[in-house]
Design a protein around this ligand. Structure first.
Ligand code: GTP
Ligand code: MG
Length: 206
């Protein structure tokens, strides 16, 4: 069975220090819009966006944009539990934000789904003059930790679609199509073959 013409739905969580640009990245991805002055997120926000891949496969992301302020930290497991993918964001102008990102990656690798796809995003590349974290430093860390890695700018839209598309392509769609019950650690409740849900596809129900 091929993945062509199918729609897959995944839960994606954004994590990272406050003010690194998590909400701005999601707003750019979902609404193609950027706010120069954005309120800090309270609790978490939910948005959804769909991507069409070259082979006529559609991936729908259900996105939980978490609040980075320390006082909300204890809520995070509620959002990354059962997540199929995560974007951990840092700000290329703030050294501390990469340390925080690394601690989120550690926590995800210890506590989230063992097959979660994690991407590291170094945001605010439009502020090149204030760069504090070299691309090479973050790339080496991402390679060691087995993460996708992109430098992005929610402001200019640099690499934002590319980031989410790379995640969609990294999801094991082929495997899901061939063996819906045997997918690599994806949670049946969090991954839905919508064609099947609509009664237009064969195979077993999830
Ligand atoms: P919390 O909700 O507190 O966790 O913060 P957040 O990570 O969601 O950050 P948010 O998206 O609210 O952005 C914080 C500030 O950074 C806002 O003033 C944004 O306008 C700004 N910002 C976000 N992304 C970029 C970017 O790519 N470039 C520049 N120059 N500013 C950005
Ligand atoms: Mg936010």
């Amino acid at each position: 069975m091929s993945t062509q013409g199918k729609t897959y739905q995944f839960k994606l969580v954004l994590l990272g220090e406050s003010a690194v640009g998590k909400s701005s990245l999601v707003t750019r991805f979902v609404k193609d819009h950027f706010d120069e002055y954005r309120e800090s997120t309270i609790g978490a926000a939910f948005l959804a966006q769909t991507i069409s891949l070259d082979d006529n496969t559609t991936v729908k992301f259900e996105i939980w944009d978490t609040a980075g302020q320390e006082r909300y930290k204890s809520l995070a497991p509620m959002y990354y539990r059962g997540a199929n993918c995560a974007v951990v964001v840092y700000d290329i102008t703030q050294t501390s934000s990469l340390d925080k990102a690394k601690s989120w990656v550690d926590e995800l690798q210890r506590q989230a789904d063992p097959d979660i796809v994690i991407a590291l995003a170094g945001n605010k590349t439009d502020l090149e003059a204030r760069r504090a974290i070299e691309t090479k430093t973050a790339q080496e860390y991402a390679d060691e930790a087995g993460l996708l890695f992109f430098e992005t700018s929610a402001k200019t839209a640099h690499n934002v679609t590319e980031l989410f598309t790379a995640i969609a392509k990294r999801m094991p769609l082929e495997q899901l199509a061939n063996n819906p019950r045997g997918r690599r650690g994806l949670n049946a409740r969090d991954q839905v073959d919508l064609d099947r849900a609509n009664g237009t596809s064969d195979g077993c129900a999830c």
